[in-house]
Design a binder for this molecule. Structure first.
Ligand code: S3P
Length: 456
């Protein structure tokens, strides 16, 4: 039986200082890259979100030992760039597009074959964006024809290993989308390629791969929207490392926006990654007028971090588009919650990528907003949302298996005039297993129906 959240209207401010799970994007990369080092790496602060666990299990299936001496620490015995072995079973990427796309880049360069599978949502997501350029450099990748898009492929993906004497070639690729998953898949394949990899994207997507691999001595250079990897002269060795993962701004965003919307609130999220390729949501919230402050800035794992405070202030509508979208791509749903309470009409454009996320987030968000009584209109590449300070209508919402939709709906539920029901909420565990517990710690009243309450 799937879980339903019953979110009660906030009757008091949200107050407190809380942590969030570790950054999911950096967690995937720490796992993959430590497996490719020769020797033992330590990953601290690992959050156990299901997406990251899928990556860990895939690496285990390919012969990497990953021990868990404590709940938030992983010890990865890296096997080196050429030490992975064929998995006896298909690699299950669950709900995680990052796992599937980054692994495809890595596995397309191996001499053994692999099959990658995922859940129903991942099995609908487009994979030509990685298969196309990887094939161009000599990889052998097949997928199932996409149900609705001619010429597109999706999981299960079958990667045939490179034959004796076959090598991946150099690649110069201009990606039509700003996508860290595409960029990272091509960089990973480029570690093994004979020749240089050049990737250009329309605007810079998150750069965690570049930061971490550069710190490990990989010859990567970034020039604006161009990334170059020239492995000639590199010995192919990466030294094991220790990493303290920063908190996930994409998880923090739900709490910060909740604080900006519930009267009298004051919330601090501690130790959150503030990499500028990820901070679109902070700029959106500030531009709309919300109270946001970042302090105690420091660095963790080559990534900027800080404590982020949020509080309410009058909100005004804005236009969200251009380079702000890739820098806040996962936070557009929760930005819609701000827009719903801002004076004026917010327009979101240039966000067609949202249609191919865990759900079609433009369509699902429009449905969620309407369920709460918010007037909005779907555009091919975004939404218009009419903001208002009228209390929201209590809603019954289906998450469509999309964690960020479920969490956004839960935050909107705090602003309604009666209890709202968020159905199919198990998916929240893919990125924020302690979401309900964290909201409760801040003072929200949320009941959980239909599941063992393991998260507290
Ligand atoms: C991610 C990249 C983004 C983002 C996803 C995580 C990553 O996807 O939406 O949640 O870790 O590389 P795209 O690269 O498809 O934009």
């Amino acid at each position: 039986m799937s879980t339903t959240l019953i979110v009660h209207p906030a009757t008091k401010p949200l107050v407190g200082s809380v942590p969030v799970p570790s950054d999911k994007s950096i967690g995937h990369r720490a796992l993959l890259f430590s497996a490719l080092c020769k020797g033992n790496s330590i990953i601290r602060g690992f959050s156990r979100g299901e997406d990251n666990v899928a990556t860990a299990n895939a690496m285990r299936a390919m012969g990497v030992t990953i021990l868990e001496p404590s709940p938030s620490e992983l010890r990865v015995s890296g096997v080196g760039l050429f030490g992975l072995s064929e998995s006896a079973t298909p690699l299950d990427c669950g709900n995680s597009g990052t796992t599937m796309r980054l692994l495809t880049g890595l596995l397309s360069a191996q001499r053994f074959g692999s099959t990658l599978i995922g859940d129903a949502s991942l099995t609908r997501r487009p994979m030509m964006r990685i298969a196309g350029p990887l094939r161009q450099r000599g990889a052998h990748i097949d997928g199932a024809p996409h149900a609705t898009k001619p010429g597109e492929i999706t999981a299960p993906l079958r990667i045939t290993g490179l034959a004796e004497g076959e090598e991946l070639r150099e690649l110069e690729y201009t990606s039509p989308v700003s996508s860290a998953q595409v960029k990272s898949a091509l960089i990973l394949s480029g570690l093994y390629a004979h020749g240089t990899t050049y990737i250009r994207e329309p605007t810079v997507s998150r750069d965690h791969t570049e930061r971490l691999l550069s710190a490990l001595g990989v010859p990567l250079r970034t020039m604006g929207t161009l990334v170059e990897l020239d492995p000639s002269g590199w010995n192919g060795e990466m030294q094991p490392f220790e990493i303290d993962l920063p908190g996930d701004l994409s998880a923090a965003a739900f709490l910060l926006v909740a604080a900006a919307l519930v009267e009298g609130s004051r919330v601090t999220v501690r130790g959150v990654g503030t990499n500028p390729t990820r901070t679109g949501i902070l700029e959106i919230a500030r531009d709309m007028g919300a109270g946001i402050a970042v302090e105690n800035g420091g660095e963790r794992a080559g990534e900027p971090i800080g404590d982020i405070h949020a509080w309410p202030a009058p909100l005004r509508a804005m236009r969200i588009g251009g380079e702000l979208v890739p820098r806040g791509v996962d936070e557009i749903p929760i930005a819609c919650a701000l827009a719903a309470r801002a004076s004026g009409t917010t327009t979101i454009r240039d966000a067609e990528e949202l249609r191919v996320k865990e759900s079609d987030r433009i369509a699902t968000m429009a449905g969620v907003l309407r369920a709460f009584g918010v007037t909005c209109e779907e555009l091919p590449d975004g939404l218009t949302i009419e903001g208002s300070d009228r209390p929201l209508t209590p809603a019954v919402v289906e998450s469509k298996g999309d964690h960020r939709i479920a969490m956004t709906a839960a935050i909107l539920g705090l602003l309604a005039t009666g209890p709202s029901r968020i159905k199919d909420a198990d998916c929240i565990a893919t990125s924020f297993p302690r979401f309900v517990g964290t909201l409760r710690a801040l003072g929200a009243q949320v009941d959980v129906e239909g599941a063992a309450e393991s998260e507290g």
